[in-house]
Design a protein around this ligand. Structure first.
Ligand SMILES: Cc1cc2nc3c(=O)[nH]c(=O)nc-3n(C[C@H](O)[C@H](O)[C@H](O)COP(=O)(O)OP(=O)(O)OC[C@H]3O[C@@H](n4cnc5c(N)ncnc54)[C@H](O)[C@@H]3O)c2cc1C
Length: 463
């Protein structure tokens, strides 16, 4: 087993979940569909495949165990929003395509909510919506522009609305709020308990799980996996690659997906009086209008879980447990949390962790199915894969089974992103974007004005 996979992440969520210990795959196995990767993408693909055709034999393989990747470590936002703005999707397809994808994402939050409720999955699910605060006039302008963009696509107040600073404070009291946008289309959950619930449900549907089986090669109808007994070759009709941030570890996909690290902290449970100071009774997920993304939730056991992106990209798309802790980034995240919620100054941070998310060169997610090779893949959700993976997995499953086809496919179906540049250009390019984003926020904070040049450059670099 590779050293990089040697440690289990120390996330808050892993305290009381993700205790799976599935055996390695064996030579004699053969299946209709083998899914590589037991995160949400892989698990939802199995779920949808069996909904379309319950007689399929499906296996899910993981280099470690279910939930080892981003799905077991994320911020627990099940959100109808993604970094692919309506405009960005429309520019890759058309206005109608953007609306259909957005509507599918909106519906997915309720579909996942119903599934969780009907299956009795206890994952702290609460659909309180999402607030994006403005902590400066410039952020307020950016938030209003986002609302206006949704209006241009025909969405009204029930999709996203503007809250004055008083209205926003009535929901959550943060320092220096100038107002916020609010949308009901987001739920907070315990991400790893959702993984556990999904695995349990799939076991009842005869899906076979294998752990400690790292796939090294994917060829039509055949995968090669490293196990403690050596390299095993598995025959299958279909292969679904659901490896997201880890994809670049397979030589053949080295330039397909860049892994970017996102980091989180969680506090001890707050006291009732601390919660009275902050409000936040509806457990909305919280972010703000800065360029570098932060994401916050009030957990079902009364903690604050606070995350931030922007950590440097590692040369040659390296990924490993040694990167799960980043004291510098963790302390910046903690500082940012204490600035946002000054009343929790004495509350201890009990957990710090990180994980890799997956980014395509054009920051556009995809659900690809090749009927010639019988190889499918899905991912590239950047930091918004909890709900998005459900939608992408359904597209992959319906294309494999050939049932329930949309009259026109969603814009992510068979979307081909350009490959990332070879190193060292990839390293220089991605880290330049991250530093420029940081610079843009710094200028805004110090001067209250946009750094026009940096914003122009970012507009060119991030589609
Ligand atoms: C810290 C953090 C916070 C985030 N917060 C949010 C959030 O609040 N909301 C949101 O929507 N999204 C969030 N995201 C993103 C979201 O978690 C991901 O988009 C989503 O989990 C991706 O799921 P996945 O199944 O595609 O990939 P993963 O969950 O990464 O699963 C991939 C799996 O494949 C396995 N694997 C990889 N390579 C191989 C191989 N060669 N052979 C066998 N197995 C392999 C891995 O072990 C892993 O288990 C966050 C991500 C991170 C890292």
């Amino acid at each position: 087993m590779e050293k990089a996979f040697a440690q289990w992440p120390r996330s808050l969520w892993a305290d009381n979940s993700l205790k799976w210990d599935f055996p390695e795959i064996e030579l004699s196995n053969s299946f209709d569909v083998v899914i590589v990767g037991a995160g949400y993408s892989g698990l939802w693909t199995a779920h949808h495949l069996l909904n379309f055709n319950p007689s399929l034999s499906v296996a899910i393989l993981d280099a470690r165990q279910p939930g080892f990747g981003a799905s077991g470590r994320n911020g627990g936002w099940c959100s109808a929003f993604s970094p692919m703005s309506l405009e960005a999707v429309a520019s890759q397809s058309d206005r109608q395509g953007a609306i259909e994808l957005q509507n599918a994402l909106v519906a997915s939050v309720d579909e996942i909510g119903s599934y969780v409720a009907n299956s009795g999955i206890d994952c702290g699910w609460h659909k309180g919506g999402t607030l994006s605060f403005a902590s400066s006039q410039l952020q307020l302008q950016r938030i209003k522009e986002t609302i206006e963009m949704s209006r241009a696509f025909g969405y009204d107040d029930s999709f996203m609305t503007y809250l004055t600073s008083d209205q926003a404070e009535n929901r959550v009291r943060i320092r220096g709020s100038h107002g916020a946008s609010y949308s009901p289309h987001c739920a907070a959950l315990h991400p790893a308990q959702l993984i556990d619930g999904l695995v349990n449900q799939l076991l009842t549907r005869n899906v076979q799980f294998f752990g400690s089986s790292q796939v090294t090669d994917i060829n039509p109808h055949q995968i090669l996996a490293n196990t403690s007994h050596g390299t095993i070759s598995i025959d299958t009709k279909w292969i679904v690659r659901a490896t997201e941030g880890f994809t670049a570890r397979m030589k053949q996909y080295r330039r397909d997906v860049a892994p970017l690290y996102s980091y989180m902290i969680a506090t001890e449970p707050l006291s009732d009086s601390q919660w009275r100071d902050i409000g936040w009774t509806n457990r909305e997920t919280v972010s703000d209008g800065r360029n570098l993304v932060i994401y916050v939730q009030r957990t079902s056991d009364g903690r604050i879980a606070y995350g931030g992106r922007g950590a440097p990209y590692k040369f040659a798309s390296r990924i490993g447990s040694n990167f799960d802790n980043n004291p510098k980034i963790h302390s910046l995240i903690e500082k940012s949390m204490r600035e946002m919620f000054p009343s929790i100054d004495d509350v201890a941070v009990t957990h710090r962790w990180g994980g890799a998310l997956g980014v395509h060169r054009d920051w556009f997610a995809s659900a690809k199915v090749d009927h010639t090779t019988h190889i499918a893949s899905l991912g590239g959700y950047v930091g918004d894969g909890v709900a998005f993976s459900y939608v992408a997995a359904r597209e992959v499953a319906r294309n494999i089974v050939g049932e329930g086809q949309h009259e026109r496919p969603l814009p992510i179906v068979n979307h081909v992103s350009p490959r990332w540049e070879p190193e060292p250009f990839r390293y220089v390019g991605i880290n330049s974007i991250l530093r420029l984003t940081e610079r843009a926020d710094e200028t805004e904070r110090l001067t209250g004005r946009k750094n026009r040049f940096v914003n122009w450059l970012l507009g060119r670099l991030i589609p």
